[in-house]
Design a protein around this ligand. Structure first.
Ligand SMILES: Cc1cc2nc3c(=O)[nH]c(=O)nc-3n(C[C@H](O)[C@H](O)[C@H](O)COP(=O)(O)OP(=O)(O)OC[C@H]3O[C@@H](n4cnc5c(N)ncnc54)[C@H](O)[C@@H]3O)c2cc1C
Length: 536
């Protein structure tokens, strides 16, 4: 039996998981006036949502699988998202060099059709088919911000310069880039600003129905806590089925397929701001993307993942595969010696019985279970690009349990720091550089692309770098670290250098150790962050 006190204040929705989907749903629900709590077992975006290729994209290659619904929704969504967060996302042009040896993955519906009607192609991707795919890509979703496809002469265009001279021709098309981990934390901040309670380092250890409510037990920095909720959302990403069957104890046949994707980061391999879309002779594709001003990001792989989701890493074989793949295109071979960092994540794909990891659907499935009273909504799959639409659909599914629920609202509402138009980015950046001349160009751009208008709150009245307090190296100041601890739930150096920023690419082990010790001291001194934890 529950005491009256325990039933007094159930939240409306309790979200398990602080990835892009959990935080997106929490923000949407809080903005509709619902009382929301979210628990993340580690750091926000610590799992798949910081390990993506970081593209707001329709997924050109999914056209070969006839995934038209997913591609259309994602294409339409690109511009909605680019407009809502012009600081952490921006348009990118993708250069797709053409060569007649490029092949399809043999089991796509398109390749099967083509091998039936044009068997002499022997699995090759003809140029007209790529052009047709790009034509559909240009027209399936509405485009206002993003320019359409064009053809490039690689013998003349600067994009041809770093490539093997055997490539003469390329297509160029548009997609978007997003700082994936920052997207998650900004959704969490906006959710909190709208009343949600965000708890990090807080694992949901059990959830059980008690009458019309869920009784949820968490294990956090201050031990066990009980929570009550009218509805539960399981946005556990790669753990979704573990949470469903283990933590909640629901016997379900629904499952996920864990598909690992790894990336390598090298020192800058080319000097322009376009990305490359490389097609392999094995039918797969990889991207080579300008990254964090001085680096190139190359990925991804597609491998069924057998171990626990938390143990994903880019294996030596995957590193060799990515180097060899990219070396087929670049004039200068890419070798393991060029690699400065690798990362790996696990896609939680809905198990649709596809025979290969590459072919498994990237679409999402929301399954509602209200068999025993209070509802639980399980989130399977989903892309960074579709997180906002997924959140709207999640609220649609839960609406019957919350009569009078407000309408969908997130399209067109900016995330914290992003209240300006994409077309104003150059001006907003120039204004920041003018008001804080000591930053210089690279630091200004980093502040803009991480914090947008909030950069001014971090920098305050500073007239010089020294006014920002301690210098942790690579332009990371005490003022920024304190902001990340107080406003963005950063608790460890790792949170700061790999998720709130990517300064781990530049800081030495010694500098990271100094940062860690500074943060530990500040937490144990009972600063703002600790007080926020205490109220959780
Ligand atoms: C290699 C790769 C490349 C990708 N590239 C792109 C791309 O370019 N564009 C794109 O749109 N999408 C891309 N994706 C897809 C996208 O990254 C994911 O679909 C998305 O991040 C999934 O988010 P999520 O919130 O569902 O899962 P996650 O981010 O994994 O979040 C789930 C969270 O739940 C927490 N959790 C689990 N169990 C518990 C518990 N019991 N208590 C508390 N917390 C718990 C976990 O700690 C985790 O943080 C890519 C994915 C991969 C792997």
């Amino acid at each position: 039996m529950l005491s009256d006190h325990q039933h007094q204040n159930p939240v409306d929705i309790f979200v398990i998981g602080g990835g892009v989907n959990g935080c997106g749903i929490a923000r949407d629900a809080a903005g509709r006036g619902l009382n929301v709590a979210l628990a993340e077992q580690g750091d926000l975006a610590q799992a798949t949502s910081s390990a993506s290729t970081k593209l707001f994209h329709g997924g050109l290659r999914y056209l070969e699988y006839f995934e038209f619904r997913l591609v259309r929704e994602a294409l339409k969504e690109r511009e909605v998202l680019l407009s809502a967060m012009p600081h952490i996302s921006w348009p990118m042009r993708f250069v797709l060099p053409y060569h007649r040896d490029m092949r399809f993955e043999s089991e796509t519906p398109t390749s099967k059709l083509l091998s039936f009607v044009m068997p002499w192609m022997k699995g090759r991707r003809p140029a007209w088919l790529i052009r047709m795919g790009l034509f559909m890509y240009d027209h399936l979703g509405k485009r206002k911000l993003l320019p359409g496809t064009s053809t490039l002469d690689l013998t003349q265009d600067p994009a041809g310069k770093p490539l093997n001279p055997k490539f003469h021709k390329a297509y160029e098309y548009s997609d978007g880039w997003v700082q994936d981990a920052r997207l998650v934390v900004l959704n969490a901040r906006d959710a909190e600003a709208r009343g949600a309670k965000i708890m990090v380092r807080t694992k949901v250890v059990s959830a059980a129905r008690e009458g019309d409510l869920w009784h949820i037990v968490t294990e956090g920095p201050h031990g066990h806590a009980d929570h009550y909720a009218k509805a539960l959302v399981n946005a556990g990403g790669p753990w979704v089925d573990q949470v469903l069957r283990g933590t909640i104890g629901i016997d379900s046949r629904e499952g996920i397929r864990l598909v690992r994707g790894s990336h390598i980061v090298t020192r800058k391999l080319f000097d322009h701001d376009k990305c490359y879309f490389f097609q392999g002779e094995d039918g797969r594709i990889i991207f080579a993307i300008p990254y964090e001003q001085d680096f190139t990001l190359i990925g991804t792989t597609d491998q069924d993942h057998k171990g626990p989701p938390s143990q994903a890493e880019c294996t030596p074989e995957e590193q060799d595969y990515l180097c060899a793949f990219a070396s087929k295109y670049f004039a200068k071979p890419v070798t393991r010696d060029d690699i400065v960092w690798t990362y790996s994540g696990v896609r939680p794909l809905y198990d649709d019985g596809a025979s290969s990891a590459t072919a498994a659907t990237r679409d999402y499935v929301l399954s509602l279970n209200d068999a025993g009273g209070a509802p639980v909504l399980n989130v399977f799959g989903g892309k960074i690009t579709t997180y906002r639409r997924l959140s709207e659909h999640a609220l649609e599914k839960l609406a019957p349990f919350f009569p009078g629920l407000k309408e969908a609202w997130t399209a067109g509402v900016s995330l914290p720091g992003g209240a300006f138009k994409p077309q104003e980015t150059t001006q907003v950046t120039a204004d920041l550089a003018r008001d804080y001349p000591f930053l210089g160009a690279a630091w200004t751009q980093r502040m803009m692309r991480h914090y947008g208008l909030d950069a001014r709150e971090i920098l305050g009245a500073a007239k010089s770098a020294a006014d920002l307090g301690r210098d942790f190296g690579a332009t990371l100041s005490e003022a920024e670290v304190i902001w990340l601890m107080d406003k963005e739930w950063a608790r460890s150096a790792e949170d700061v250098i790999w998720r709130r920023t990517k300064l781990g690419l530049r800081l030495s082990a010694e500098q990271v150790a100094t940062l860690e010790s500074f943060m530990r001291h500040r937490l144990s001194d009972g600063a703002e962050t600790t007080r926020r934890d205490m109220t959780s």
